[in-house]
Ligand binder design. Sequence first.
Ligand code: KG4
Ligand code: ZN
Length: 338
Amino acid sequence: MNILAIETSCDETAVAILSAERGLLASEVASQIAIHRKYGGVVPEVASRNHLVQLRLVIEGALDHAGIGVESVEAVAATAGPGLATSLMLGMSAAKGMAIGLGKPFIAVNHIEGHLLSPFFDARAPLSGLSALPAIGLVVSGGHTLLVDIRAVGDYRLLGQTRDDAAGEAFDKVGKLLGLPYPGGPAIDKLAREGSPTRFAFPRSMLDSGDFHFSFSGLKTSVRYLLPKLTGPPEYWLEDICASFQEAVVDVLVAKTLAAARAEGRTTVALSGGVGCNARLREKMDSGCAAAGVRLLIAERNFCTDNAAMIAFVALLRAGQGSFSPFAADIDPNLRLI
Ligand code: KG4
Ligand code: ZN
């Protein structure tokens, strides 16, 4: 079965084509980062206008790359939520229109489930990675910070989530405070490599709360209060602030994930979402898991940030269960995983 999936929940216009038998045939992403950079963040109206311009080109590019004609598409999927309403609408409408035109089924996919299962996605043999389940999933993106007990595909228990900012949002807001280009996450990651993670003692919020919830807004406030007290040019402190801030986020993420694995008796941890690209998080999660005797699966970098391959993967799993969506299925900007 060939599935064409469209992801337009935020500012990336992404299309993937996944074959159950041959694996991932195409995964195209038209990034809008450069467009939104001058506004310091994603402007919903600008994002949807650009999806409108890009979508047809990206679909054609994906078919081209996959080397198949549109008549070989056997199901069409799209992200239904969560995300920006006007962006979601474009991807969903395009996917439904294609499915109706082709006379093929439609599958609405939850973006968070896409991230959550992306570490189990094998681009060559799509279903082979699922044998690693059950696992503890940590989804850390610009919009979400979730710890989930993944018992099986579709059987999830929410263990904890952020009380305020998502981890990626904290990176982006601190990046903005520091005058770094949007998005702050990759910029902080890069600068932190040259900085000291111990020079500034930022709080590890909720580290000892005894539950699996997170809070990052206090940490962002600590950075804001520190900035006016610093003297000298940025060269004297910028890299150290980045490294110290990042260390505080990473310490909490790693400690809570390992505590969740212990509490649930799981021996596999699955890390996903845009913040999953962070070098320090990958390094500390790796050493933490090794010390705890836990296996760590991390989505490939391309599949950590927003992409349509993860949406196609979930759609393939749904199709395998014979679970398709009605054409009346609507977008839900606040769609929850559980
Ligand atoms: O998963 P994603 O592409 O979109 C959402 O669903 O939100 O995640 C984007 C987020 C942004 O907040 C971005 O700053 C963050 O992931 N991010 C990073 C890194 N790369 C992307 N954060 C820290 N370090 C990185 N290397
Ligand atoms: Zn995402």
